[in-house]
Design a protein around this ligand. Sequence first.
Ligand code: NAG
Ligand code: NAG
Ligand code: NAG
Length: 382
Amino acid sequence: MHFRSLPAAALLLTSAQHASAQFGFEWEFTYPDCVNGPLASNAVCDTSASSADRAAALVKAMPLKDKFRNLVDRSNGSRSLGLARYEWWSEALHGVAGSPGVNFSESGDYSYATSFPMPILFSAAFDDQLVEDIATTISTEARAYSNAGRAGLDFFTPNINPYKDPRWGRGSETPGDDPFRIMGYVKHLLLGLEGGHNPPLKKMIATCKHFAGYDMEIWDGVIRYGFDALITSQDLAGYYMPPFQQRARDSKVGSIMCSYNAINGVPACADSYIMDDILRKHWNWNQPNHPYVTSDCNAILDIWTNHEYVSTPEEAAAASYNAGTDQVCEVFNRTAVEGAYDKGLLSEAVIDRALRRQYEALIIAGYFDPADSNPYRSIGWD
Ligand SMILES: *[C@@H]1O[C@H](CO)[C@@H](O)[C@H](O)[C@H]1NC(C)=O
Ligand SMILES: *[C@@H]1O[C@H](CO)[C@@H](O)[C@H](O)[C@H]1NC(C)=O
Ligand SMILES: *[C@@H]1O[C@H](CO)[C@@H](O)[C@H](O)[C@H]1NC(C)=O
């Protein structure tokens, strides 16, 4: 059983397309008003406080009913708090790309973005400075789109799965098949995307995907949404994990995306072994900030439909947030967050942890800072 009519890969290929209109989403990116609005009195706007304290202040003040609608990509904000709506799903695989969060204009300024070659090609140049320069251009254009209210501050890029199986249709999105090569690529790509030479402020939040063991689309009646990858510990440690170790432990990327597949029987987005034991504890990804995990789009629904790992949508929502998914990308179906809470499967403490992590990312990207204190806010179409 499957409900998606448009595979994620098709989205990536439509560059200057009006994906937001196509999805029927209506939203506009706006920076919150930290000067005159109700948020101004909340410590989230206090630029002298730590990002963790600022995120905690925001979440503490948020009404419970608003929390439910802010755990998914089309997050609804909070009217009483003065927090704007925010679409977490923007794409920039090899240039700012059509996606629910990106709004190209019909013509003229903001009607296109630079489209670089597919990652497998620019990775194959074996020139990490070139990789960093390409990524720097992508993030500069991304920031211009955000400043114009036409994109978010986080992007579901890069795809860093090692490309082991040539039958996988999305190999061209990846840097190749060699984990050592991918580690060098990821290091320099992230320096360019997140503006790593200017910590702790990030130019944008990159999302390394798909965690983990993901390299199967559809084959012989098996589809990626319900695929159970059987992977030995040795292959996991030696082949599938090194690119993610680089981005989490060494590059401290702002976000990662858990994948559709299961690993040894456990759907990745419900797997606390990979998301908590390895990612946050073993690799110490939680330091110095508290980055967030987003799900691939509709992956939470798949936990009960395609994987049949649990038997209700509420259990699927609870399994994912409890295991360490902090933000859920939805396509057509609502994630049953509120139901999971009402049934006592999901606590407010876990909801708050997820919200704190995701808003801390926006804080680090300067979302709640005054325009004149952020060097990236002056980037425009010129
Ligand atoms: C895209 O941006 C334009 C100009 O700001 C705005 O009028 C329009 O409503 C936006 N479209 C969507 C789908 O958000
Ligand atoms: C989303 O926010 C709008 C504007 O604040 C509000 O009218 C609407 O009821 C909210 N929707 C949900 C599902 O909370
Ligand atoms: C998902 O959405 C589709 C389309 O709206 C609907 O037909 C289907 O019943 C929904 N599935 C679940 C599990 O909610």
